[in-house]
Design a protein around this ligand. Structure first.
Ligand SMILES: [Zn+2]
Length: 415
């Protein structure tokens, strides 16, 4: 097998790896870079038939738009739905690629390759690592993973029964720069949110990804324990509907502690996207407007301290709460408050942080494995060669792992 990392040997995000055997080529991820990148990847000049998407984060799938439909995109079925949902609510058409859905630990073939997906714990649902077998050789691609989220058990199961005889491990190392620093679990995040809510008397806004299901669940549980109601925008309600259809421990918006905000600026923006794609939404639309599921601005403003609000743009609500002490829980990467990573949105966030009427809290933890967990995975797989990917610290791997071979973007090697 021949292996080329087109992007990812020296950066986090934008991963793209090509594996070739017997004249057949597949890509492992086709991601957009997260910021400045040193490697330009043009898929139109690469010769491949299939793309395996490890999980529905843009830095792993962002480049599949526009790929010819003679190529097949392999992804988890829920992952594909989340990709579509993100696009619809951004006002973009759903992808027209040819998709094929893989399932946890069910091997499938692409030409000479046998692929086995392994479900992992990550800040995205439907996140997988891949075992790729051909010519009697085995590559394991870690994708993005961690062990401190809601799916911590799947990491334990993986360690208890890992793929054997792995020749090459492509191991993500997002957190390699944070040696010695412990990482909060999602349960710790829930507790921190609860502590804040118990102190706060006014309304609380939650800022974070509508697709970070572990975090939404942590906030929902903290909200319930604090005796508040969780108010969601229509987009977040739809994501919960998609995921709760698959996982029963994830609440649907019909839960008695959840309401969907169906009026105001964000609601009308989201509703227009839903309305333009009604055929994809089934009974979601009538359900959000049922009396027990919806809430309006007036009801919130009558007693704002009763709620936690996860609403993507809440400037209208904030404006109407002028004389109230407001709490904001910022629960995503701090980089979004920096112009370099978020040129169009950073100012709104910085203004909130500096608003004298707002108590602003950072409550977040990484979606990626700490070094100790990276080592556990590497020990379990015991590869003949370990190659850094999705990291800014490839040169440091040798301190923590055996059999490390550092490569450069675009460099081809054979196993
Ligand atoms: Zn990811």
């Amino acid at each position: 097998m021949d292996l080329v990392i087109h992007r990812g040997t020296r950066e986090i995000g934008g991963s793209c790896v090509q594996v070739t055997s017997g004249g057949k080529s597949i890509l492992l991820d086709a991601g957009y870079p997260l910021g400045d990148t040193t490697s330009h990847v043009d898929l139109s000049v690469l010769d491949f038939s299939d793309v395996l998407i490890s999980h529905p984060h843009k830095d792993h799938y962002g480049m599949i738009e526009g790929i010819n439909d003679d190529k097949t995109i392999h992804v988890g079925e829920l992952g594909r739905k989340l990709i579509d949902a993100g696009r619809i609510f951004m006002g973009q058409p759903v992808l027209k690629n040819r998709f094929s859905y893989y399932e946890n630990r069910k091997p499938f073939s692409i030409g000479p390759f046998t692929i086995t997906p392994y479900l992992m714990d990550h800040s995205s649902v439907d996140a997988f690592g891949f075992l790729i077998e051909a010519e009697g050789k085995r590559i394991y691609y870690s994708g993005d993973f961690r062990s401190h989220g809601m799916k911590e058990k799947v990491f334990k199961w993986f360690l208890a029964d890992p793929p054997k005889n792995v020749d090459v491990l492509l191991l993500e190392g997002t957190m390699l720069s944070r040696i010695g620093k412990d990482c909060d679990s999602e349960s710790d995040i829930e507790q921190k949110m609860l502590d804040i809510l118990r102190e706060a008397t006014g309304p609380c806004f939650l800022i974070g990804s509508g697709q970070h299901i572990d975090r939404l669940c942590a906030a929902f549980r903290a909200c319930k324990r604090a005796g508040r109601i969780f108010v969601l925008d229509i987009y977040t309600a739809y994501i919960l509907r998609l995921v709760s259809n698959r996982f029963e421990n994830v609440p649907d918006f019909t839960d008695k502690n959840i309401r969907v905000l169906t009026k105001g600026r964000t609601a009308s923006s989201h509703y227009s996207k839903v309305n333009a794609n009604r055929e994809l939404f089934g009974d979601f639309i009538p359900h959000i407007f049922l009396q027990d599921n919806q809430i309006g601005m007036d009801e919130i403003l009558d007693n704002p301290g009763k709620f936690i609000l996860k609403v993507s743009n809440f400037s209208d609500l904030l404006g109407a709460m002028e004389s109230t002490r407001v709490t904001v829980i910022y629960s995503q990467w701090i980089g979004y408050r920096q112009e370099i990573y978020n040129p169009t949105g950073f100012k709104r966030l910085v203004d909130l942080e500096n608003n004298p009427n707002i108590d602003f809290y950072d409550v977040h933890t990484s979606g990626h494995a700490v070094v100790g967990d990276l080592q556990k995975l590497a020990e379990a797989l015991s590869p003949k060669m370990l190659i850094p990917i999705h990291t800014e610290h490839a040169e440091d791997y040798k301190e923590y792992f055996s059999n490390v071979s550092v490569t450069d973007d675009g460099e081809m090697f054979s196993i």
